[in-house]
Write a new protein. Structure first.
Length: 326
């Protein structure tokens, strides 16, 4: 198939693109490089440098490149900023997303896999979050992800758009050639590993008074290659499972302090910590039940330990200490 990956120069998008190419698909990466990196785009992918709100250019690609399906990952993603500047999140994640959908409908491209988020759930009401858990986002990032899932439902019923939403629970790790490099970096594991490389810069821990086993937030980490594999499985089963949403998690949570301890073992460095108050919009615990993804998509994580995930990220960071700017 010919697959358009929006946000394909970003962390997850680049590795999804890489794995699609390995499966024999033709990949077209659309990215404005605001957060992505040209160097992260796989060599065999076609790179398209523009915004998804550039309708004429987008329509030209969808039609003339004979796109069969879209994997939509272009988004504003930093939870902290979503609390202070929600307008930018609604513009990019909703307004621009609708532009993409309208252009797809006009161009008769009717298949999309959407990169959603665990943030749609808000504060969990049960130890394991299933897809039927109440959706009560506590930040505008999660709100925009939930809104777009609902928009997809209406476009499906009105225009025949086939869609699956994948709710990530903390993508982490690296492939052999591609890794995580954000600016600013807000994700925990790369920040911990940066602190291991530069002990003069401690890792920030936001909140030590949560109702968890050690007071720090608990999260569910999934290897980014497993997340990429879920996209490919969803694409293969899109016709029969259109309209469904799936959690991508391991079913096991680790606290921030536990992640730091494991990273210290992997790196051999006593990683320094700098304690801070809680951040607005951060739930205490987010751990996924992925039973539905296993039963319907045939997806279960293959990289099952946090140590393995951190080891892959550490290997990539040591080989690319300046990220993609080296």
């Amino acid at each position: 198939m010919n697959i358009l990956v929006t946000g394909g120069a970003g962390y997850v998008g680049s590795i999804v693109s890489e794995q699609l190419l390995k499966q024999g698909h033709e990949v077209f990466v659309l990215d404005n490089l605001t957060q992505g990196h040209h160097a992260a785009v796989p060599d065999d992918a076609v790179f398209l440098y523009f915004d998804i709100d550039e309708v004429a250019a987008l329509e030209d690609i969808l039609v003339h490149c004979r796109i069969d399906a879209v994997m939509h990952m272009a988004a504003e993603t930093v939870v902290e900023f979503s609390m202070t500047d929600p307008g930018r999140y609604f513009k990019t994640n909703i307004v621009d997303g609708i532009t993409l959908l309208d252009t797809m409908v006009k161009s008769k491209v009717n298949r999309i896999i959407f990169s959603s988020s665990a943030s749609v759930y808000g504060e969990p009401e049960s130890p394991l979050i299933g897809e039927d858990h109440p959706k009560n986002p506590i930040n505008s990032y999660g709100e925009t992800k939930l809104m777009f899932e609902n928009i997809l439902k209406w476009y499906g019923s009105a225009y025949g758009l086939k869609h699956i939403s994948l709710r990530y629970f903390n993508a982490a790790g690296a492939s052999e050639n591609l890794g995580e490099d954000h600016w600013p970096e807000t994700h925990l594991i790369p920040n911990i590993l940066k602190a291991a490389m530069n002990p003069d810069k401690p890792v920030a821990v936001f909140g030590t008074d949560y109702p968890t086993r050690d007071g720090s937030c608990v999260r569910d980490y999934v290897h980014v290659i497993d997340i990429a594999r879920a996209h490919i499985l969803a694409l293969e089963k899109l016709d029969e499972l259109s309209g469904r949403a799936y959690n991508l998690g391991s079913g096991e949570g680790y606290s921030v302090l536990e992640v730091i301890d494991i990273a210290s073992e992997v790196t051999g460095v006593n990683i320094p910590i700098d304690m801070h108050p809680r951040r607005a919009g951060d739930p205490a615990v987010l751990v996924a039940s992925s039973v539905r993804a296993g039963a319907e998509l045939g997806w279960n994580p293959e990289h099952t330990t946090l140590r393995e995930i951190i080891e892959s990220a550490w290997k990539w960071m040591k080989e690319n200490p300046d990220g993609y700017e080296c």
